[in-house]
Design a protein around this ligand. Sequence first.
Ligand SMILES: O=c1ccn([C@@H]2O[C@H](COP(=O)(O)O)[C@@H](O)[C@H]2O)c(=O)[nH]1
Length: 234
Amino acid sequence: MSLPIIALDFETKTKALQFLHEFPKDEHLFVKIGMELFYQTGPSIISEISSLGHDIFLDLKLHDIPNTVQRAMHIIAEMGNIKLTTIHAAGGSHMIAAARAGLDTTASGQKIQLLAITQLTSTAQTQLNEEQKIPGSIRDSVLNYAKLAQNNGANGVVASGLEVHDIKQATDSKFLCVTPGIRLQAGPDKDQTRVVTPETARQNGSDFIVVGRPITQAVDHVAAYQEIKKRWQG
Ligand SMILES: O=c1ccn([C@@H]2O[C@H](COP(=O)(O)O)[C@@H](O)[C@H]2O)c(=O)[nH]1
């Protein structure tokens, strides 16, 4: 069973490293570096955290023209030590295929798993229909993006645990489902609308969960992580 991925959404490198140093030295972690920490610190944060022995998910959610995404993904691949990275599926088939091509042209030949964001876990049904002007259900939009992602070389998607069961039916068995929007109790919380518990994510078939504030804003970070890990791994 995989480790919960901790979203290191901190405003400084110092705070991120302080957080990591609270864990026992031999505790191997899987951490997500998102826009906030990456834009603050630059690429050096990748080697700094991987030198502590942790696995890294670089979550920059690229969404641009295919040529730009391909070149950016090549640079990401050259950074090394990254296991997972993201694009928005809404960028379309050519952009997804370009992201794959960019990742696959590393000198090291290192394989990075490419994940496509389907509908952000903050997106609610009304927003989909009234702002994005996409008719139909969130589920249908997520499934459409999951199939588009698979057909164009992505290794998996980021989706709410509410959609994972259906994605697993619609895609092949190796296609990954990575689930943020995890809370200890079900139901919308702050900006997250499509929320599930660690147990529901597991039961519905998620391959990984991503957890930020329930750990980083807990009084005892390590205890919160251990509880979520226990509930996720069952
Ligand atoms: O659909 C998505 C895609 C990415 N995220 C990211 O996951 C974490 C979740 O943080 P919480 O504090 O547990 O809400 C955060 O880094 C997001 O950028 C997501 O939430 N939903």
